[in-house]
Design a protein around this ligand. Sequence first.
Ligand SMILES: Cc1cc2nc3c(=O)[nH]c(=O)nc-3n(C[C@H](O)[C@H](O)[C@H](O)COP(=O)(O)OP(=O)(O)OC[C@H]3O[C@@H](n4cnc5c(N)ncnc54)[C@H](O)[C@@H]3O)c2cc1C
Length: 466
Amino acid sequence: MSAERFDLAVLGAGPGGYVAAIRAAQLGRRVAVVERERPGGVCLNWGCIPSKALLQGAELVESIRSHGETFGVTATGVTLDYAKAIDHSRKVADRLCKGVESLLRKHAITLFPGSGRLASPTALEVLGPEPKRIEAEHVILATGSGELVPAGVPADPQRILTSREALESRVIPPRLVVIGAGAVGIEFAYVYAMYGSQVTVIEMADQMLPGADPDVAQALQREFRRKKIEVRLGTRFEEIKTANGTVRVQVRKGEEGGELEAEQVLLAIGRRPLSRELGLEAAGVALDPRGFAVVDARLRTSVPTISAIGDLAGPPLLAHKASEEGVHCVEGLAGIARPPLDHYKIPACIYAQPQVAWIGRTEAQARAEYGDDLLVGKFPFTASGKAVATAHTAGFVKLLAEPRYREIVGAHIVGAGATELVAEIALAMTLEATTAEIAGTSHAHPTLAEAILEAALAAEGRSINF
Ligand SMILES: Cc1cc2nc3c(=O)[nH]c(=O)nc-3n(C[C@H](O)[C@H](O)[C@H](O)COP(=O)(O)OP(=O)(O)OC[C@H]3O[C@@H](n4cnc5c(N)ncnc54)[C@H](O)[C@@H]3O)c2cc1C
């Protein structure tokens, strides 16, 4: 096996790994990346990007069906060809993955195709067409995560899908059961429902989006009900069986059992870190009980020459978190001083309609910290000129501010554009902005962003438009 020497070796070219590699190259490091599929990771190939392409189609269907009449657009003879939407999403994924390949070339980063594992705390071995040993001063592990499939679920990828199969499946089943009302389950439930499937979502927690602010979860559930997407909370699945072209899901809510029948089931119960068979234990890299790499504030593992970033380093499992950790880790290695990453300042977004986005503390968390003096400002989109004009009145903006300086400590948004609006709050939180500063910032009229201004005014007790 031939060997080559680099300053930095990165295992995995998802949004964590490829971004870390580029930042290291910008800092003058000689960088190798090992990737067993296409650069871009789950995000570009099988996650964020293709799912958003499908969601765009679903939104278009809903616009024609639900809002067309309002604007005098009567669409007759509309046909839906979901296979074309899948083709589009695959093309988009392809295009963006090629973009990452060309970025790696542009930064003179050497890409080694193949499966990699640690050979020592300062070396990777690549099992590919040409086996290779890569030696480096430092190694970054960025192998991401895979779909979680509970034991006992039959292997039947035509009928029992994870997000991976769903992103290639060209048919819309008459009936779909989605197991799990987290981001992935909600987005697919919306896509399939808009393309004509009768969708039932089951979730074992007592709210959709477990962990989210309950106001947001309830608003989303109300809108799903309006769209005739059934959501069963506090319901766990016990068994899945396939027979005669259908899938039967045994469910239980408290003492009560039941059965759901559908042509397909989508498992969206979470993800597991890809930390096995990487030689981590032999190298001494500590893992937590769920298999995520244990890292410090600088993303170093228990082995000083090895860092871990992205999904492998634990929740939140988000692409932008992976990329931020990549930059943070590499800059730390280069001696650039940065404050530690604050997970509370990482926005979480769901791109179904209505969209959901949040950042910072939930109201309950903020109340536990600041008591009854917490400032809460809420503004519903029914009172927003832009939302009314565009017929997107579902949802609200809720801002939370601590009582001393009135600095923003959380924001929870449901509604059209929520995933774009949350960026303003992320910047506000980075700059430690207060409700007064947001209220004193000119927001163009009419825009959905005015709802943030109005929520800030509401927190200050001086609402104008509500
Ligand atoms: C359906 C879906 C939708 C999503 N939508 C969003 C969204 O809208 N926004 C968002 O922020 N996040 C979203 N996510 C989550 C997001 O995709 C992940 O958080 C992100 O991809 C994690 O980046 P990463 O670099 O840590 O890992 P990954 O993107 O998983 O990349 C890891 C890479 O490592 C490679 N690899 C693994 N093991 C080896 C090995 N032994 N040798 C060589 N290569 C290896 C893999 O092939 C992969 O390319 C979504 C996920 C799914 C499944």
